[in-house]
Design a binder for this molecule. Sequence first.
Ligand SMILES: Nc1ncnc2c1ncn2[C@@H]1O[C@H](COP(=O)(O)OP(=O)(O)O)[C@@H](O)[C@H]1O
Ligand SMILES: [Mg+2]
Length: 253
Amino acid sequence: MIRFEKVAVRFPGGVTALHDLTLEIPQGQFVTLVGASGSGKTTALRLINRLQNATEGRVLIEGKDVQDRDPIALRRSIGYAIQGVGLIGHMTVAENIALVPQLSGASPEEQREIAKAGVERMRMAPDNFLDRYPHELSGGQRQRVGIARAMAADPDVILLDEPFGALDNVLREEIQDEFKELLGGAHKTIVLVTHDMHEAIYMGDRIIVMNEGRVVAEGTPEDVVRRPKNDFVKKLLGRRRKELQRFAKDSGG
Ligand SMILES: Nc1ncnc2c1ncn2[C@@H]1O[C@H](COP(=O)(O)OP(=O)(O)O)[C@@H](O)[C@H]1O
Ligand SMILES: [Mg+2]
């Protein structure tokens, strides 16, 4: 269980990114954080692996305040993928993917196997990609390597910040399916940040809708979409409301 207790984040210059945020992400659930740009999703995610500190309140993982954890050990225990950047430029794809296993003492053969399985999962041929450097990849390929890296050490908690954003539509759906299949029933706690309601509904067991640093709705995709609690959620559903309602029902959360 990841628990936010009355968390506020204020940035120098006066922006309050999160207001008094309390929420719970049960162990083993796939939760999507959805909201417009600037609603505080990234800030909320980064509190979990201590890339961001709370100004007020606290974040607990399995009952333990993240502030009491060693930040390096904490980050190694949590998979994290972000859109765009994040790969280490002077390391090959294989080295990037196996970074945490290597730090944890995996042998060179084990690292190679982990990297191989990682790229295969992302629909990339190992022979073609393992020894390339990030600058030799397209944006979508880099993004897939980032996702493979987040999963490489088989962490219990995986944080994903708009991880599918740079992929074209067909590939995005393929990777989303692969990801869902791979992690469905794996009892991992996954927090996926997205501005795309469609993705939030399709991927999440539970959706948390954010606006201006506050949670404005949460529940199963069906609950949130079929009985929109407020105008904000209605607006986020927009013109596609009927379509999304049908979709939430069919994809079964
Ligand atoms: N390092 C920072 N310094 C100042 N303001 C920031 C910083 N990071 C984010 N913000 C502001 O905090 C708010 C929430 O940002 P963010 O969490 O990135 O939102 P989202 O991921 O939902 O787009 C925005 O108004 C953003 O401009
Ligand atoms: Mg963001």
